[in-house]
Design a protein around this ligand. Structure first.
Ligand code: AMP
Length: 234
């Protein structure tokens, strides 16, 4: 018989990686889990977009690559993540969304986390590729609160207006069909190996079916996380 799961409030989430192809729902799920577990979501895509808006040197270097759906060089992204992980709000854990995307980033993260209180656990959100294009091209975001919608499957109550704060929604420049194919190429060539890397970690890896309504996926991720952390080695 399996042992009962601890309550969400009884444990430290520690470092959690949300893995998966573009459009599987990493950002949406990370935001929901962040609220529940009171730990930050660290999205390398959001950090890079923030740098781009502020016209920092990193943002200017990343801009063209992001527009084309190509990956930003590992050393730049690793450095940016290192600075973010040094902030005190990561003390009890955090959700990394969109990182690591290459084996080099995964290995760098391993060395970075050696002294951290808990080992990293990785959850891959699996969604069939044919579903992803509609998710990406239908995605709209609130530029103020970051809520993510989909005009086909999860539309706001009023067209193009955020339910939470009435801001006009925006579409990401790289959420087009053409750039989606390029992003999928990067995913197949580089990031799928990262998923296999964590899969080989055995009891620190799990997969959830992301082709279901948002709240069902959140429920599965939450249960999966509790179960992974309940394992004696984690
Ligand atoms: P995302 O918001 O996660 O879809 O990321 C948007 C874009 O930012 C990607 O297509 C890449 O150009 C860049 N990016 C985000 N995270 C990484 C990463 N870990 N490594 C390299 N490039 C990244």
């Amino acid at each position: 018989m399996s042992s009962p799961l601890p309550n969400a409030t009884d444990f430290l989430p520690g470092p959690v990686l949300l893995l998966g192809a573009p459009g599987v729902g990493k950002g949406t799920q990370a935001k929901l889990l962040m609220e529940e577990f009171n730990i930050p979501q660290i999205s390398t895509g959001d950090l890079l977009r923030g740098n781009r808006e502020q016209r920092t040197t990193l943002g200017m270097m990343a801009e063209e690559l992001m527009t084309k759906g190509l990956l930003v060089p590992d050393d730049l992204v690793n450095e940016m993540v290192s600075e973010r992980l040094a902030l005190p709000d990561t003390e009890h854990g955090y959700i990394l969304d969109g990182f690591p995307r290459t084996l080099n980033q995964a290995e760098w993260l391993d060395t970075k986390l050696v002294a951290y209180m808990l080992p990293v656990v990785a959850i891959n959100i699996a969604v069939p590729e044919k579903v992803l294009l509609e998710r990406i091209t239908g995605r709209r975001m609130c530029p103020v609160c970051g809520t993510i919608y989909n005009i086909y499957t999860q539309p706001p109550k009023s067209e193009c207006i955020c339910d939470a704060d009435a801001t006009k929604l925006v579409q990401r420049a790289d959420d087009t069909e053409e750039v989606f194919h390029e992003r999928m190429n990067s995913f197949r060539q580089k990031t799928s190996a990262v998923i296999e890397y964590y899969r080989s970690h055995g009891n620190r890896f799990a997969e959830v079916d992301g082709d279901r309504p948002v709240h069902e996926v959140t429920k599965s991720i939450r249960a999966t996380l509790l179960k992974l952390r309940h394992h004696p080695e984690n």
